[in-house]
Design a protein around this ligand. Structure first.
Ligand code: FES
Length: 309
């Protein structure tokens, strides 16, 4: 394994973090009301919010360091450059506040190994913010050289924190859509998933189309079907509970309580921010059939044994 990956993966085995990690998770879950969490997760906009918000501090602080370098290399303009750099450091600190809030909201519903990485990521960014705050103080006292040094140190720490955040997302799939592959790997066409009369209204069941898990729910005369793998962190949705939210039939994920509309897979409440892939349903001669809804221009997988006309 490359050295960089080994360094970034190190917190995964730090189980001694679990006590504080789970307490922090409980605190966040208790403190934040659901509507606030829905905003911070990005459920409302349909996209994780934390990676969007971090652009402000990372961008502002990077520019501040560039101006610091210019101020050092180009004597005569250093006063204006230092003022601009100071303004960017303060902008970054202000932008860090909502970014941190969104990060902690996401943190609360991660797996154990993801939380360990996330804690170290948060610690690096917390120390980085403190260093930038010291830089503001130093600049205010006219100690510009010290401020430039602190900016560089703060940016190095923020860079390390950002690397861990990226690793958490790309290597450990926090914030990724875990149901994205469903329209690609599911065989196209209609497949039987059970007798309508044997489905109990409001009771979710799991079925299979090829190797793809499908959540099937009967509500009165209607039958709904979604991908069974939760888009948030891959829980089996058929182990969840059917509820009604805003007049819509929904499924509550058994792991972190994301709520998805059964009619169109939309996310009603997070932590999920990506919708569930939808299956069309029909009842023929008392038998329920489902068919994966294909993406535009993306054919589903080849049909397998059992496909119906
Ligand atoms: S796996 Fe987390 S909400 Fe479903």
């Amino acid at each position: 394994m490359p050295l960089l990956t080994r360094i970034l993966d190190a917190p995964v085995s730090w189980t001694w973090l679990d006590g504080v990690a789970s307490r922090a998770s409980e605190v966040v879950k208790t403190v934040l009301p659901q509507p606030v969490k829905d905003v911070l997760h990005g459920t409302v906009i349909g996209h994780p919010l934390h990676p969007v918000l971090v652009q402000v501090p990372v961008g502002a602080w990077t520019c501040a360091v560039v101006l610091d370098v210019l101020a050092t290399l180009v004597p005569g303009h250093d006063e204006g450059l230092d003022r601009a750099s100071g303004a960017l450091v303060i902008t970054g600190l202000a932008g860090a506040v909502p970014a941190v809030a969104a990060g902690w909201a996401d943190y609360a519903d991660l797996h154990e190994e993801q939380r360990r990485i996330a804690l170290v990521h948060a610690a690096a960014n917390g120390v980085s913010s403190a260093v930038f705050a010291l830089s503001v103080v130093a600049r205010g006292r006219g100690r510009t050289l010290a401020a430039r040094g602190l900016d560089l140190l703060g940016m190095s720490l923020a860079g390390g924190g950002a690397a861990l955040g990226g690793h958490l997302s790309y290597r450990w799939a926090a914030g990724a859509n875990h149901a994205e592959a469903v329209p690609h790997v599911t065989p196209r066409g209609w497949y039987p998933v059970g007798r309508f009369a044997e489905l109990v209204s409001g009771e979710p069941v799991g079925a299979k189309v090829g190797d793809t898990g499908v959540l099937v729910v009967r509500r009165g005369d209607d039958v709904f079907a979604l991908a069974d793998v939760c888009s948030h962190l891959a829980a089996p949705l058929h182990e969840g509970e059917v509820v009604e939210e805003g007049g819509r039939p929904c499924i509550v994920c058994p792991w972190h309580q994301s709520v998805f509309s059964l009619t169109d897979g939309d996310v009603v409440h997070g932590p999920a921010s990506s919708p569930q892939p939808v299956f069309d349903t029909r009842v023929v001669d008392g038998e329920v059939h489902v068919r994966v809804r294909e993406l535009p221009g993306v054919p589903a997988a080849e049909p397998v044994e059992g496909v119906l006309a």
